[in-house]
Design a protein around this ligand. Structure first.
Ligand code: GUN
Length: 284
């Protein structure tokens, strides 16, 4: 029997209905959740991401401000803009779209965002809170994966979870969030010598490696939950994940597709973090 599809579009839609209600309740109290997105340069993919973020804000009644700066912007100018937004009471969340031009120290820029406005959850304060099991703003992509698992009432306590990929944005926070739910977690990297030996043990397998068709059916335990975080562009420009979807769906118990899986959840969780930031600011 083919796996049950974890439909990110449908889950994102239902999450957004609830988020719109939360945003509306805040607006009624005179607090419009506000997100500032800073884009430096003209990377076409980043331009699309930023446009989608602004559009999603508008859909839910959030205020968004997109600050587009030229690729030649100095780090000092960027830091000044962040300082201005840190002090702006109408801005509850700040996001600097990555990657940044090479002459800018991205880590220093991310660190300049006030922790209570770091809705991407990339700053050291936020990452440290996650390590301590006291997440403030969980990074949006792994946060979205957790929501997808919750939507299907997939139990994690005592389960073997394997995360393929150790990025600071997805793999590492993903592992910490699964650990916080009492899963037994392994992290595999591009240096892992026998990947299949690890993935075959996984009750829950999250793949965020950036390699098309990295995970084949022979690498998946029958009945496992498989979440594909891959966003690779094929030669024809189409989006493909890291999992051989057609083959793995015949083995897995649950599977998320690409596109229409984790992707729509990421922006939804950015909206969730922004509304949460506004709610906390209103309570202060
Ligand atoms: N670039 C690609 N994905 C992301 C993201 O989630 N946040 C930011 N800030 N930049 C990105």
């Amino acid at each position: 029997m083919p796996a049950i599809l974890i439909d990110g579009n449908a889950i994102a839609r239902s999450e957004r209905v609830l988020l719109k209600q939360r945003a509306g309740a805040l607006v009624a109290r005179g607090v419009t959740p506000g997100l500032a997105v800073i884009l430096v340069g003209e990377d076409p993919a980043s331009q699309i991401y930023v446009r989608n973020k602004a559009r999603a804000c508008a859909e839910l009644g959030l205020r968004s401000e997109v600050l587009t700066l030229p690729a030649t912007t100095t780090q000092q100018t960027l830091l000044e803009q962040i300082a201005r937004l840190n002090a702006d009471h109408a801005t509850h969340g700040i996001l600097v779209q990555l990657p940044l031009p090479k002459h800018i120290d991205a880590a220093a820029v991310v660190e300049a965002i006030a922790a209570e406005k770091d809705v991407d959850g990339f700053g050291l304060h936020n990452l440290g809170a996650l390590v301590a099991g006291r997440a403030l703003f969980p990074p949006c992509t792994p946060f979205g994966v957790m929501r997808m698992l919750e939507h299907h009432s997939i139990a994690l306590a005592g389960k073997d979870a394997v995360v393929v990929g150790r990025s600071n944005i997805v793999g590492k926070p993903m592992a910490l969030m699964l650990l916080a739910k009492d899963a037994t977690v392994s992290i595999c990297t591009s240096k892992t010598t026998n990947l299949a030996q690890h993935t075959l043990l996984a009750d829950v397998l999250v793949v965020a490696a950036g390699k098309p068709k990295l995970v084949s059916a022979a690498m998946v335990k029958p009945g496992a939950v498989v979440i594909d975080v891959g966003t690779n562009r094929g030669a024809d420009g189409r989006l493909v994940g890291d999992v051989d979807f057609e083959a793995v769906r015949e083995v897995a118990g649950y599977i998320s597709p690409v596109p229409g899986g984790v992707g729509p959840m990421t922006i939804t969780m950015l909206l969730a973090n922004t509304i949460e930031a506004a709610q906390r600011a209103a309570a202060r």
